[in-house]
Design a protein around this ligand. Structure first.
Ligand code: RFL
Ligand code: PHB
Length: 398
């Protein structure tokens, strides 16, 4: 079996890469080890930068996003009993969109299947070979049979726990990591959102975040212990903690409703350098992880695959590997800026484990400054809506 690009992983990175390559006229095969249902039901991100929305709309996978996505022109930050708003449009001219990652994944899977392009779920034992040669390959098992897929290039879009990054020789790869001493408990509830925009809150009991998915579904998070157990969090405890941490003195509080999903997310910052080894390229969470406080993970994954698809198209247009060789460097500039922003939002908004009162007072002063200085609001807004990405759209895309 042969293809031009073998893609490992059908998360946002792998699916968007397959979609872009198709627009560039490049063949790909996507291999995913989970089932289709699992991938579609996996609840994760909710905030899309404008560049992701523009890409989806302009490349023909944005019609449901335009109907069901929620455009947000600002965000609230709550602390000390008050809620202050930062207006993205006023400070940057851009907005963000709330649309679940699982919806993005569903739209991309639907598009790929409608075009009859290869996307295999429940593959096992995926391994990469000969990445230093011009003829790398991927071996795997599917429905009881063994396969070898020959390719020109391999894209490792298999997330933080995938097999692609460990395939790099250890002397080549350098990892930069920070693990945080807290986690997020996330819930989805059947409750109408009581605010039209997100609310990030720092309370002396810890961080909380009010978000949403639809006009009927609220998404909420709260900081919990790094070794916490979901069994410690019956619904009543979750609601009482959310009310205390989010409620403000103007009477605003989240609406309550039936909780239908609960999960714990550890917090980590991680970057692997470089993101290319021979003909194997890492993209998305396979190469970097950000704590979710800046809402950057999915957006970075899409930025990576735009750069990669562009480099691959230059290769097939006869430019050789020159553009592709710049892949790591081009991506890492944006990644480190998103790392910095995500770390900064995280340290500003969470109660540190050995939190001393000094830190809390300092954080309150920072929040006061960040929500009142025009310069600081512009800086937060500019990073939150996403820094500019100067990669052309595939040919023929208006
Ligand atoms: P994914 O989504 O992890 O997809 C990787 C895919 O590879 C498959 N896989 C394999 N396939 C074949 N063989 C193997 N050996 C394989 N090993 C793994 C996996 O099954 C999976 O399908 O990585 P990708 O595509 O790079 O996408 C990254 C995003 O998923 C991630 O960055 C975001 O979810 C992060 N994130 C957020 N990002 C945002 O931009 N905005 C947000 O608002 C936001 N909120 C969040 C988040 C992540 C969260 N959690 C749960 C980590 C909120 C949360 C709570
Ligand atoms: C979400 O809606 O899931 C969400 C929103 C903002 C974040 C993280 C997650 O920073």
């Amino acid at each position: 079996m042969k293809t031009q690009v073998a893609i490992i992983g059908a998360g946002p990175a792998g699916l968007m890469l397959g979609h872009l390559l198709e627009l560039y006229g490049i063949d790909s095969v996507i291999l995913e080890n989970r089932s289709k249902e699992y991938v579609i039901d996996r609840v994760r991100a909710g905030v899309l930068e404008q560049h992701v929305v523009d890409l989806m709309v302009r490349t023909g996978v944005g019609s449901r996003l335009m109907k069901e996505g929620l455009r947000h022109e600002g965000v609230h930050i709550a602390f000390g009993g008050t809620r202050r708003r930062i207006d993205f449009v006023e400070h940057t001219g851009k907005a963000i969109w709330v649309y679940g990652q699982n919806e993005v994944v569903l739209d991309l899977i639907d598009a790929r299947e409608a075009q009859g392009l290869p996307l295999h779920f429940e593959v096992e034992g995926v391994a990469v070979h000969d990445i230093d040669s011009e003829h790398p390959s991927v071996t795997y098992r599917h429905e009881g049979a063994e396969f070898r897929l020959q390719a020109d290039f391999i894209a490792g879009c298999d997330g933080f726990h995938g097999i692609s990054r460990p395939a790099f020789p250890s002397e080549l790869l350098r990892g930069f990591e920070r693990v945080y001493p807290f986690a997020w408990l996330g819930i989805l509830a059947h409750a109408a959102p009581s605010s039209e925009e997100l609310v990030y809150s720092l309370h002396e009991r810890g961080f909380a975040l009010f978000s949403m998915r639809t006009p009927e579904i609220t998404r909420l998070y709260l900081q919990c212990a790094v070794d916490d157990d979901i069994a410690n969090w019956p619904d009543e405890r979750i609601w009482s903690e959310l009310q205390v941490r989010l409620g403000t003195s103007d009477g605003w509080r989240p609406n309550e409703g039936e909780i239908f999903q609960k999960s714990l997310t550890p917090m980590r910052s991680f970057v692997a350098e470089p993101m290319q080894c021979g003909r194997l390229f890492l993209a998305g969470d396979a190469a970097h992880i950000v704590p979710p406080t800046g809402a950057k993970g999915l957006n970075l994954a899409v930025a990576d695959v735009r750069v990669l698809a562009h480099g691959l198209s230059a290769f097939y247009d006869g430019a050789g590997e020159r553009v592709l060789r710049g892949y790591s460097e081009t991506c890492l500039g944006r990644i480190w800026k998103a790392q910095r922003f995500s770390w900064w939002m995280t340290q500003m908004l969470h109660r540190q484990s050995e939190s001393v009162d000094f830190d809390l007072r300092r954080q309150m002063a920072e929040l006061d400054y960040v929500t009142s200085s025009k310069a600081a609001m512009t800086s937060l807004a500019e990073n939150y809506v996403g820094l500019d990405l100067d990669i052309p759209m595939p040919r023929g895309v208006e």
